[in-house]
Structure formats: structure tokens, C-alpha cells
Design a protein around this ligand. Structure first.
Ligand SMILES: Nc1ncnc2c1ncn2[C@@H]1O[C@H](COP(=O)(O)OP(=O)(O)O)[C@@H](O)[C@H]1O
Ligand SMILES: O=C(O)C1=C[C@@H](OP(=O)(O)O)[C@@H](O)[C@H](O)C1
Length: 301
């Protein structure tokens, strides 16, 4: 095993506990012997198992979206490369044992990454992945969400969305990417509380950029005939956020991309990879299950 460092244009670092581990661009390849690799792995596992305080227990890492997803760890004299997928798998194993099969419901505005992060998370946990919009579309013989809105209206869609959530809430071991509007109907919370709800809090500008990049066609609440995609998406998202932010705050736990970016010393939330977000989701869920957010693990079977 060796540490491979490409000519990345930015630092890539992994912090374990309070120690900053940092890679500089164009750093040389550092071969490790078996004993050093083993020591690194043990150190990471120990830190993740120990009951350290919130900030210290967090796997903290700096990742480049454009990198090849390899990170470099430097601990004292030790250097090693650890793939973020490895970190995710490790955390997922730990959290899966606390979850007892409970499903995870990802909440957040359109474009917040519920589908993208949800897929990564489900794979790591060995859970199945479900998109509640896709569930509604299936129930409507393949009619798209955009078409349902157009032909039958929002209220009709919301009824079917609630029915989809009711059914999904009966199934364990799922990561459910919900539609952005599920939080507005109180009955949906009853269904989603069967699992754990996680709100992905993403700044409006990033949401609007993501949605403008793929177009607004599939998102009827943001689709208007005039205006550029970024501006219409931003204005639409802004209006919806004002109506929904209190409801999102009712989620069991929140992953704030702004906080995560700050923690990773990244200026742009878009530089945080879906895998890094998935790890943070697991960290937040673990904290929630351990009762640090006010509810006790004993509440769950
Ligand atoms: N962490 C991320 N960084 C950059 N782009 C992302 C990230 N997560 C999602 N995206 C992109 O944003 C768009 C919306 O993501 P998606 O997962 O479909 O959101 P949602 O399911 O919440 O509506 C997609 O084009 C996706 O590729
Ligand atoms: O925010 C909303 O009200 C909606 C979000 C969409 O899902 P995504 O959040 O997956 O885009 C979809 O359910 C529908 O267009 C309405």
C-alpha cells in the first residue's frame, strides 16, 4: 500500500479526532509497511468507537469533489491513504447495529441531494433505496410527477404521496428519498416517525445552481415558461423555504451543508461529496440514537 497524491489543485486532508491530517498538492508517494498500515487502521477504529465529545468523535475530512476520492492520513510519523468509501463503510457498520433495522427518511428541498446521498447511504448500510416520487409514479402507472401536477393538481399528488409514505413506513431497512414537500402534511410525519428523519439543509444558492444545471422540467413547482432557470429556481425555492423551514426543523436530526463545509474548511458546499454527506448523516443519526439530542435509544425496540 502506498499513499498516492495526484496533482490536485487543492489540499486534501483527513482529520481524525483533534489531529489535522493534511495533504499538499504534488506531495510525493509515501510507501507504508504493513505494521504502519495496521496502526493507522486501529487508530481510526479506536477513535470512532470511543465515546468522545461530539466534535472530536466526528470523522472530519476535507475532500475534493473532483479528486479521485483518495485521502491522505498523517498521524505523527504515519502516513496512509484512506478511501472515503472505506470511512463510510466503517461508520455504516457501526450505526447499522444501533439502527435495529429502522428506516431512514431523507428530507429537504428539491435538489438537496436526497436521491444522490440516499443511494450512497443505502448501499453502505445494506438497505434498499426508495424514492417516494418514483413510488407515486409507479402507483400512477408510470405517469411522471410533472404530469400528475399538470393533469390532477398538487393536492391529488399530495394524497398519493401520503399513501406512498404510509406503505413505505411499514417496510424496515430502507433509505427513503422523500419529495421536498412531504413535511407540510402532519399525517406524513406519523408515517416517517416509524423511521428516523434526517433533514439535508442546503443553501438556496447551491440548490438553485443544481436545479438550473438539470433544468426545471421535472419539478413543476419551480417550472415557469419565462425567466432563466437559476433565477426562477431561486425565487421558487425561496418562497417554498419560507413556508417549510419550521416543518423541516421537526426532523429528528439535521445535516447542515454550511456547517459541514466550514468543518471541512471548504468554501463551497458543492465541493462536499455525496459520500462525505452520507458519513455526516450517519454521524448525526448515531448521535440522535445515543440520546444526545434528547431522545433515548431505549425508546426504540
Ligand atoms: N453533494 C453534491 N454535490 C454536487 N451536486 C450534487 C450533490 N448532491 C446532489 N447533487 C446534484 O444535484 C441534483 C439534485 O440532486 P438529487 O439527489 O436529485 O436531489 P433531490 O433528490 O433532493 O431532489 C442532481 O443533479 C445531483 O447530481
Ligand atoms: O418540494 C416539492 O414540493 C416537490 C419536490 C419534488 O421532489 P424532489 O424533492 O425529489 O425534487 C416532487 O415531489 C414534487 O415536484 C414536489
Amino acid at each position: 500500500m502506498e499513499v498516492t497524491c495526484g496533482a490536485a489543485s487543492q489540499f486534501s486532508a483527513l482529520m481524525i479526532g483533534s489531529k489535522r491530517i493534511r495533504r499538499k498538492p504534488n506531495m510525493a508517494v509515501v510507501p507504508l509497511n504493513q505494521r504502519e498500515i495496521k496502526e493507522c487502521v486501529i487508530k481510526i477504529c479506536d477513535l470512532s468507537r470511543k465515546g468522545m465529545c461530539r466534535r472530536q468523535r466526528r470523522f472530519d475530512f476535507r475532500l475534493s469533489h473532483s479528486s479521485n476520492h483518495s485521502q491522505v492520513l498523517e498521524s505523527g510519523n504515519l502516513c496512509a491513504a484512506f478511501n472515503e468509501d472505506w470511512l463510510l463503510k466503517n461508520k455504516a457498520q457501526e450505526v447499522a447495529s444501533c439502527l435495529n433495522g429502522r428506516s431512514i427518511f431523507l428530507l429537504g428541498m428539491m435538489g438537496s441531494g436526497k436521491t444522490t446521498v440516499g443511494r450512497v447511504l443505502s448501499e453502505a448500510l445494506g438497505y434498499s433505496f426508495v424514492d417516494s416520487d418514483a413510488h407515486v409514479e409507479q402507483a400512477m402507472s408510470g405517469t411522471s410527477v410533472a404530469q400528475i401536477f399538470k393533469q390532477r393538481g398538487e393536492s391529488f399528488f399530495r394524497d398519493h404521496e401520503s399513501e406512498a409514505l404510509r406503505k413505505l413506513s411499514l417496510v424496515p431497512r430502507q433509505v427513503v428519498a422523500t419529495g421536498g414537500g412531504v413535511v407540510v402534511r402532519p399525517i406524513n410525519w406519523k408515517f416517517m416517525r416509524q423511521g428516523i428523519t434526517v433533514y439535508l439543509d442546503v443553501p438556496l444558492d447551491a440548490l438553485a445552481r443544481r436545479i438550473a444545471a438539470v433544468g426545471t422540467d421535472s419539478r413543476p413547482l419551480l417550472h415557469f415558461d419565462s425567466g432563466d432557470a437559476y433565477t426562477t429556481a431561486f425565487v421558487g425555492l425561496f418562497t417554498l423555504t419560507k413556508k417549510r423551514s419550521e416543518a423541516y426543523a421537526d426532523a429528528d436530526t439535521t445535516v447542515s451543508l454550511l456547517d459541514l463545509a466550514a468543518n471541512l474548511h471548504l468554501e463551497d458546499v458543492s465541493d462536499i461529496t455525496p459520500t462525505a454527506i452520507a458519513i455526516e448523516v450517519l454521524v448525526e443519526i448515531e448521535e440522535f440514537l445515543l440520546g444526545e439530542n434528547g431522545r433515548s435509544l431505549r425508546m426504540y425496540p
